[in-house]
Design a protein around this ligand. Structure first.
Ligand code: BGC
Length: 759
């Protein structure tokens, strides 16, 4: 290094901490926010602009083969307006300093990361969170995730994943909110609110990036990265609503998808990105491609060269290229040859700079990179408690014959068996950001903690019973041996966490390996036994359901998950979860979901020829959408309407009397479904439109009140717009799951018939 550059570098290092202040002072009194963006834009060269459209991965990349960048040299060359997979207050501060002090215009960086269910404190996986049906708790978990991630310098989070899927073979159902577009939309809103906070500029706020636009979950056969053939109706009514809800909640970023819709990959799909997202919905944020997806346009066979891929993706509306480096290598020439108008480049850069402005990065690029904040906020004890509470709310009691659960707390001998009983990484789940397996409390750890306090001299024996893939006869014998001596048995079964998530499609949804043989051998002892399942998707567990007296679905429950499960098993917490996704009896039933469309030949309770279904398996799922038992019982009255007629622009309130008829305090999740009796297009047999949580002590009586507005009746009309029907009867159904419902009828009269008659 020359003496001059040494001095410059020294000055920079010394002055770096003051950089934010310097920028603030330089900009104070100047033009109002917004024109900073224009001022900068006016000074930028074409190459500097294109640098802003490039997103480069740091060394923690996990999801694609393209990582080839040295982030520091990319910053110095002005080729990286944004980085991802970089975190840590000190490290990110260094990167921001480099961008601010060692590039010509000193533009700070967007720093992204996949924080899907926690940064260091890991909450239950998103599918599990959806099972909580608790929007406030989900929002709070996102607030905590944003607080932790932003304290590590992250300002942009690739979440929520709002893809709708009705196929549990697809591993990514673990990242979503299940099969209901209505519930998925409400959860998407809660997540965006939680991540972005009240002000995006706050040090603990991040920009949410909603993914993967669109129809990434409409796979064929559950195969990863495959696009399904999807109708306009399915796109509008099932796939798009959670995206629209996110945009309406102010989400600042959308990730365009790998998969094709109607033959055009999401990343280059101008109908999705320009017509629907920007024109119809008025989205003004940024669009980033999925990992390497711009370059993959050539593999899809819609672009013949990288140049063509860059042109198509950019002109369709993908502002930022994630990791394929196609924009940095191709866009400048495309602009020079007039294949891409500079005005479109300017628009994209303007949106990115505006986001940086709104995140407060120009004012203080280091506000999220303060080591002391990171030390006090990341992994904070109160965050662990919130993770435990949400895990308790997320777990679904699928079966509980003869009140096997809760186990008596004064138990003497407990056998804890199974390959997932003490599996720390699997307790966290497949996409655990910066979560550390050593932080996780496993089920065995949780049972030890609970019984240490509640039953000090309890004897807890553990046997893994083999691995997830294989149990030898000796493994099974060792498990049976400890079970035979126990008063109660806990069997922890399921999938390794890497069997769910991206690139984790499965053709069989049975318990992997020899776990069913292990379960049979242990269950044959006839001991009070509870199976605790750890998995990221609905599994086909009909045999287990026949043989096990109690089954608790724990999903991948996160850092505090084992403690939450133990507290439920021993009655210190109530099971509260309800399934957000149907459990099929066999893979052959897929896709199976609650809001299926009617057929002219519906299945009855008894098999009958020439009705819909199969010869070799019944029409019903193993566990329906919305199913979940409690440790108490509830009586629900029929739904009552505060007015029998819904007028134009109006709303009604649906009330349901709820009584806790059992021995313990519990929470009823009263669900509201509707069905249009007659409409221009056949409507689903039921559609979820609301719910209310009612917690009652034994003998307690309450009323669930659920609003139903005219907008809830709207569907995609044949003429191509969302609108309610012209009028008619709506069946309003309520119950504790999507299967056992009581109904009443609502008249929908958008026009005043009395006035019309007298005219
Ligand atoms: C995934 C995205 C993720 C991205 C960055 C991709 O492979 O599909 O969900 O945000 O990688 O990690």
């Amino acid at each position: 290094m020359s003496p001059v550059s040494r001095v410059r570098s020294l000055v920079r290092r010394r002055l770096a901490p003051l950089a934010g202040l310097a920028i603030a002072v330089l900009c104070a009194g100047q033009a109002p926010a917004g024109s900073r963006v224009e001022d900068l834009l006016a000074k930028m060269t074409l190459e500097e602009k294109i640098g802003q459209l490039n997103l480069v991965s740091g060394h923690h990349a996990v999801t694609g083969p393209y990582t080839r960048s040295d982030v520091r040299s990319a910053i110095l060359k002005g080729e990286a307006g944004a980085l991802f997979n970089v975190y840590g207050a000190e490290y990110t501060r260094g990167l921001q300093e480099m961008a601010v002090w060692q590039t010509r215009l000193g533009i700070p960086l967007l720093l992204g990361f996949d924080v899907l269910h926690g940064y260091r404190t890991i909450f239950p996986v998103p599918l599990a969170q959806a099972a909580s049906w608790d929007l406030e708790a989900i929002e709070q978990s996102e607030r905590i995730s944003a607080t932790e991630a932003s304290a590590a310098g992250v300002n942009w989070i690739f979440s929520p994943m709002v893809d709708m899927s009705r196929d549990p073979r697809w591993g990514r159902v673990v990242e979503g909110a299940g099969e209901s577009a209505w519930l998925g939309s409400r959860i998407a809103e809660a997540r965006v609110r939680g991540l972005q906070g009240k002000s995006l500029a706050a040090a603990d706020s991040v920009a949410a990036c909603v993914k993967h636009f669109a129809a990434n979950g409409a796979t064929e056969g559950g195969r990863e990265y495959s696009g399904g053939d999807i109708s306009e109706r399915a796109l509008r009514e099932t796939q798009l609503p959670p995206f629209k809800a996110s945009v309406e909640s102010g989400a600042r970023c959308i990730m365009s998808a790998f998969n094709a819709v109607d033959g055009v990959p999401g990343v280059a799909n101008d109908r999705l990105l320009r017509d629907i997202l920007r024109r119809e919905w008025g989205f003004r944020g940024i669009v980033v491609s999925d990992f390497g997806a711009v370059e993959e346009l050539t593999v899809h066979g819609v672009a013949d060269t990288a140049t063509d891929a860059a042109r198509q993706a950019f002109r369709a509306g993908t502002d930022i290229d994630m990791e394929s480096r196609t924009y940095v290598s191709q866009l400048a020439a495309l602009v020079r040859s007039n294949a891409v108008p500079i005005s479109e480049i300017d628009d994209a850069v303007r949106r990115i700079l505006q986001l940086k402005e709104d995140l407060g990065l120009f004012e203080d690029p280091y506000r999220r990179s303060v080591p002391a904040r990171e030390a006090s906020l990341v992994g904070n004890g109160s965050h662990f408690d919130a993770a435990r509470t949400l895990a308790e709310k997320s777990m679904v009691l699928l079966k509980n014959e003869r009140n096997t659960l809760p186990f008596p707390i004064a138990v003497k001998r407990v056998a804890v068996i199974g390959p997932l009983a003490d599996a720390k990484a699997d307790t966290l789940g497949p996409w655990a950001a910066n979560g550390q397996p050593e932080d996780a409390v496993t089920l065995l750890g949780g049972i030890r903690r609970v019984l240490k306090v509640m039953a000090e001299d309890a004897d807890i024996a553990f046997s893994s019973g083999g691995s997830i893939d294989r149990s030898s006869p000796a493994d099974i014998a060792a498990a049976v041996k400890i079970a035979a001596r126990a008063d109660v048995v806990v069997l922890a079964l399921g999938e390794r966490s890497t069997m769910s998530g991206e690139s984790a499609s499965r053709a069989s949804l049975d318990l992997p390996g020899d776990q069913m043989a292990l379960a049979r051998a242990v269950l044959a002892l006839g001991k009070p036994t509870a199976v605790v399942l750890f998995n990221g998707r609905p599994l086909t567990i009909e045999d287990l359901d026949k043989e096990a007296p109690a089954i608790l679905e724990a999903w991948y429950p996160g850092s505090a998950g084992g403690l939450a499960a133990a507290r439920i098993l021993f009655g210190l917490a109530e099971p509260q979860g309800r399934l957000p996704m149907t459990f099929p009896r066999s893979v052959g039933q897929i896709p199976i979901y609650f809001d299926q469309r009617p057929t002219g030949r519906p299945a009855g309770d008894q098999p009958k020829p020439y009705t819909t279904g199969y010869q070799d398996v019944g029409p019903r799922p193993l566990y329906s959408f919305g199913h979940g038992l409690t440790y108490t019982s509830f009586f629900l009255g029929a739904p009552r309407l505060d007015q029998p007629v819904l007028k134009q622009g109006g709303a009604v309130t649906v009330s349901v009397d709820v009584m806790n008829t059992g021995p313990r305090t519990g929470t009823a999740v009263v669900q509201l479904y509707i069905r249009h009796k007659v409409a221009k297009v056949s409507r689903p047999v039921k559609e979820l439109k609301g719910f209310a949580r009612v917690t009652l002590p034994p003998g307690g009586v309450g009323v669930a009140k659920i609003p139903l507005a005219e907008g809830d009746l709207a569907f995609w009309q044949p003429e191509g717009r969302f609108a309610p029907p012209e009028g008619g009867q709506i069946s309003v159904m309520t119950g504790l799951d999507s299967d056992q419902l009581k109904a009443t009828v609502l008249e929908y009269q958008p026009r005043d018939v009395t006035r019309q008659a007298s005219n």
